[in-house]
Design a protein around this ligand. Structure first.
Ligand SMILES: C[S@@+](CC[C@H](N)C(=O)[O-])C[C@H]1O[C@@H](n2cnc3c(N)ncnc32)[C@H](O)[C@@H]1O
Length: 382
């Protein structure tokens, strides 16, 4: 892939000037180094590559006033500077048109930019999501409540665009929070559908403006299929899917299993998981809105010796308490996957007295960045 014109400055993807094959070698080496560091002796499978262009399904840009309105990502060379992005080779070819029309509109209306130090001003962030297999776009303008958006004209400007994908949904998120992150307290649907839908293999998934969804749909189809192969379930097998998000791993497994239970902390995400199960007509899956550790401590006895435990936590990985709760559960097999290999290797140590580690397999979910996903498969010792 040629380097994007913002590469020298934009903090988005640091590996773009490294040929893709070399990026894969760097990531495989990282896994080998971690295995050495933690003295973990297991099969290290080859990394699964991904399509390196236009793979991301979500971007979050910041607004800034730098002698005029800019919208983009933070600079890797100058602190606090926002690089005024007008293309992004890892996101979408449609981004150029979308950013241009939004910036032109906001400049014409002379909206102010929110200042995170004085907490004054209107424009904060811009979220753009694009499904890859169904080609649907969702846009979310995050503002404070200090000015009024001309909704009709904003929607007209965007829906008038001729794009490769289709704009299905436009939101304004009103965010007066002092914290420097998007808070979705008040989201107003300005146009279209509340959700966009992605199609992975033969399953459909709903994505809201604030839904966690793995960022690289091309890579996750392969990843979920591999999980299905490795799980090799029979119709008597029961699965517990911790940190299940919108239920995607569980839904990939449900057709082979007797029953799947998913546990996810956020009620809003669980609501979408239920909708996904309904859309896909899967009736052998159920979800709990609960903290995984509390769930295991209070309900664990009902899931004792479950056939398969799937664990896919956030970057921080697992606490010692949750590892102990998992050990008490005594699942027969565990698939533990993480977007933070350091946390994965650290946590694996806690399982190795009672489990054999069959292999570790890296997946390049995030080409042109140093990040990667790593999956591990553990079998309970006799
Ligand atoms: C890396 S995502 C995994 C999502 C899902 N497995 C998938 O493939 O799309 C982690 C999920 O865990 C949820 N989560 C974070 N902390 C949690 C906790 N303590 N208990 C349960 N779920 C939690 C997050 O809301 C998020 O949806």
């Amino acid at each position: 892939m040629k380097c994007c014109k913002h590469f020298s400055e934009c903090g988005g993807c640091r590996y773009q000037d490294i040929p893709y094959k070399e990026q894969l070698v760097i990531k495989e080496t990282k896994i080998k180094d971690l295995a050495n560091l933690y003295k973990i002796d297991t099969e290290l499978k080859a990394i699964n590559p991904s399509s390196p262009e236009y793979y991301r399904n979500k971007m979050e840009f910041s607004f800034a006033d730098q002698n005029g309105l800019v919208c983009g990502l933070y600079s890797k060379v100058e602190r606090r500077k926002v690089v005024d992005v007008d293309e992004c080779l890892i996101f979408s070819p449609d981004l150029k048109e979308i950013l241009k029309v939004i910036k032109d509109f906001l400049k014409t209306k002379e909206h102010s930019v929110y200042d995170k130090y004085s907490h004054q001003g209107f424009l904060r962030y811009l979220i753009v999501r694009e499904t890859k297999f169904t080609k649907e776009i969702m846009i979310g303008l995050v503002t404070s409540s200090s000015e009024t958006l001309d909704i009709k004209e904003f929607v007209k400007a965007l829906t008038g665009l001729k794009l490769k994908a289709t704009i299905k949904s436009i939101y304004q998120i009103i965010n007066d929070s002092l914290s420097d992150a998007v808070v979705f307290d008040k989201k107003e649907l300005l146009y279209g559908e509340a959700f966009i839908e992605e199609r992975l293999d033969d399953l459909t998934f709903r994505i809201g403006i604030d839904t966690f969804f793995q960022v690289n749909p091309y890579a996750i189809v392969d990843f979920y299929k591999k999980i299905r192969d490795y799980a090799s379930l029979s119709s008597d097998d029961q699965v517990l899917d911790l940190f299940c998000g919108v239920g995607s791993i569980g839904m990939f497994l449900a057709r082979d299993a007797k029953f799947v239970w998913g546990v996810e902390r956020e009620q809003a995400i669980v609501d979408i998981a239920w909708q996904n199960a309904k859309i896909n007509k899967i009736d052998n899956i159920s979800f709990f809105a609960a903290d995984s550790r509390k769930f295991l401590n209070t309900q664990g006895a009902f899931y004792k010796s479950t056939d398969l435990l799937v664990i896919n936590p956030p970057r921080c990985g697992l606490s010692a308490k949750i590892i102990r709760a998992i050990l008490r559960l005594e699942p027969k097999n565990i698939i533990y996957s993480s977007c933070n290999p350091d946390a994965l290797f650290r946590d694996l140590e806690g399982f190795l007295n009672q489990y054999d580690l069959a292999f570790i397999e890296p997946f390049d979910f995030f080409p042109h960045t140093p990040h990667l996903e790593a999956l591990s498969f553990l079998r309970r010792k006799n």
